[in-house]
Design a protein around this ligand. Structure first.
Ligand code: GUN
Ligand code: ZN
Length: 441
C-alpha cells in the first residue's frame, strides 16, 4: 500500500495547457525547479519550493530526495501490443507482410494461459521500466490474453485501457473469433474489468480488413450501448492496406469512414497511425472527438509514411503518441518522441520538446477523458510520477552541461534519453521501478 505521506524532491515539469507549434517559450509549460512534490494517500497533494522546506505537518513524511533530477508525470502510451515484444525488431517487411510473416504466428501462442500470463507480466514491467504508467493496449484475439493483461496491470496499480482483439477473417487458424463468441467474450470482459480499479475496456477492432461487416456492426453496437467504453483500432497506416480496405468496403468514402459507418468513431476512439487521411477524415475525427495515436517509431520501421500531426491539429483533431511495439522498436516514450521529432522534420515541421512531452502526458490524458486522474502533477491526480536523470552517460552529460535554455536542456534530454535515465517510478504513490536505478533489466 502507498505510504500515507510521501515527499519527492526534484525539478518538477508538467503542463497546464497545450503548447503551440514552434513555441519554445510556452505558457503551457510549468517548470518548478527544486521543489518537494507532496503525495498523500497515493494522490498528489501539492508542491513547495525546497528552499522553503516541508510544511510543518509533513515533517514525518517519507522523503525521497532526488535534487538535481527531473520529475514528470508517468507517460501514457496510447497504442501498443503486449504480445508483440516477441516480434519487436523483425527484419525486412512492410505492414501486411509483417503481420503474416511475424506477428500472427507469434500472437497464436497467447491462446495458452501460461504464455499469456508470463507475457503480460514481462510487458507491464517493461512499460514501468520505461517510465510508462498508463497504456492503451492490444493483447490478442484470445479472451485469456486480455484477462492476463488486465490482471498484470492491476497487480502493478497501472492505468490500463484494453480489450480482447476482434478478428473474424483474413487471419490464420487459431487467431480468428466469430461474431457470437466474440460478443459473449466482450460482454463478459466488460463486466469483469470495465471500471474496476484503474482498468477500462476498449472494444478492440484489429483493423477493418480482419473484421467482417457483421463483426464491425456488433462492435459498434457495444459502443452505442455504453458510451463509457473505449474503442481502439488501426487506420490508414500503409498504402497497400488503404488500397485493400477500399476494395473490401467499396461503399465507404474512406478507410476512416468504414469505422464511422459502423458506429466506431466517437469521443473514446483511439485510432493508431492515421497517416493517409484527407481533409474530410480530419474533420470527421474532430467532430467525433476521437484521437490519433501517432506511432513514429513504427511508421519509420515499417516504412509506412510521415504523419501529418500539424494538419490534424489545425483541423481540430487530437493527437497522442504511441510506441506501437512491435511495429515500433522500443517501449521508451523518450525514444518515441525522438522519432516523432525526426518524422516531423522529414515532413517539414519542427516538434518542440513541449509539444512532444505534452502529447505523452496531459494531452493523452485529456484525449482519453482521464485528465482528472493522470497526465499532470496537479493536486488531486493519482501520484504516477517518474524521476529521471537529466543525462545518462558522458555524451548526454556534456550536452546538458553546455545547454543554456530550459527548452534546450529538455529537448536534449528527450532526444538522448531512454530507460537508462529512469531513476525512480511511483504508481499511485507506490514505488514500482522493477529494477535498481541505473541497471538495465
Ligand atoms: N494493423 C493491423 N494490425 C496491426 C499491428 O499489429 N501492428 C500495426 N502496426 N498495424 C497493424
Ligand atoms: Zn498497432
Amino acid at each position: 500500500p502507498a505510504p500515507p505521506r510521501l515527499a519527492l524532491r526534484g525539478d518538477l515539469l508538467d503542463f497546464t495547457g497545450t503548447p503551440g507549434w514552434g513555441e519554445v517559450d510556452s505558457p503551457a509549460v510549468r517548470f518548478r525547479p527544486d521543489h518537494w512534490l507532496l503525495v498523500e494517500g497515493g494522490r498528489i497533494a501539492g508542491a513547495v519550493p525546497a528552499a522553503d522546506g516541508l510544511p510543518p505537518d509533513w515533517a514525518a513524511a517519507e522523503r525521497h530526495d532526488h535534487a538535481g533530477r527531473l520529475v514528470l508525470p508517468g507517460f501514457t502510451d496510447t497504442h501498443v501490443h503486449s504480445p508483440q515484444l516477441d516480434v519487436i525488431a523483425s527484419y525486412g517487411t512492410e505492414l501486411l507482410d509483417w503481420l503474416n510473416t511475424y506477428t500472427f504466428p507469434a500472437e497464436r501462442r497467447y491462446a495458452d494461459p501460461a504464455v499469456a500470463a508470463e507475457g503480460a507480466a514481462l510487458f507491464c514491467d517493461a512499460l514501468l521500466a520505461a517510465g510508462t504508467t498508463s497504456a492503451v493496449v492490444f493483447p490478442t484475439v484470445h479472451k485469456v490474453s486480455a484477462e492476463a493483461l488486465f490482471a498484470a496491470a492491476e497487480a502493478r496499480g497501472m492505468r490500463l485501457v484494453a480489450g480482447k482483439v476482434l478478428m473474424d477473417r483474413h487471419a490464420p487458424d487459431g487467431l480468428r473469433d466469430d461474431v457470437a463468441q466474440a460478443e459473449r467474450d466482450c460482454i463478459d470482459l466488460i463486466g469483469r474489468w470495465h471500471g474496476r480499479g484503474r482498468s477500462a475496456y476498449a472494444v478492440t477492432v484489429r483493423f477493418a480488413p480482419t473484421s467482417t461487416p457483421a463483426q464491425l456492426a456488433m462492435a459498434g453496437a457495444l459502443c452505442r450501448a455504453d458510451p463509457t467504453l473505449y474503442m481502439q483500432t488501426h487506420v490508414a497506416e500503409n498504402r497497400a492496406e488503404v488500397q485493400w480496405v477500399a476494395e473490401l468496403f467499396p461503399e465507404a468514402r474512406s478507410y476512416l469512414d468504414v469505422y464511422a459507418r459502423a458506429g466506431l468513431l466517437h469521443r473514446r476512439s483511439v485510432l493508431a497511425h492515421g497517416i493517409w487521411l484527407d481533409d474530410a477524415d480530419r474533420a470527421a475525427l474532430r467532430e467525433a472527438g476521437a484521437q490519433v495515436a501517432h506511432s513514429p517509431s513504427s511508421n519509420l520501421f515499417l516504412g509506412s509514411g510521415l504523419f501529418g500531426w500539424r494538419a490534424l491539429e489545425a483541423a481540430g483533431g487530437a493527437v497522442s503518441v504511441a510506441s506501437d511495439v512491435g511495429g515500433g522498436t522500443g517501449l521508451s516514450m523518450l525514444r518515441t518522441l525522438g522519432d516523432a521529432y525526426k518524422v516531423q522534420a522529414m515532413a517539414g515541421e519542427r516538434l518542440t520538446a513541449w509539444k512532444g512531452l505534452h502529447a505523452a502526458t496531459l494531452g493523452a490524458a485529456e484525449a482519453l477523458d482521464l485528465a482528472g486522474e493522470i497526465g499532470s502533477l496537479e493536486a488531486g491526480r493519482l501520484a504516477d510520477v517518474c524521476v529521471w536523470d537529466w543525462a545518462a552517460g558522458p555524451v548526454a552529460e556534456r550536452r546538458q552541461a553546455v545547454a543554456r535554455s530550459l527548452h534546450e536542456k529538455v529537448f536534449a534530454w528527450m532526444t538522448l534519453g531512454d530507460e537508462r535515465n529512469l531513476a525512480a517510478c511511483w504508481v499511485a504513490g507506490v514505488p514500482r521501478l522493477p529494477r535498481p536505478p541505473g541497471q538495465p533489466r
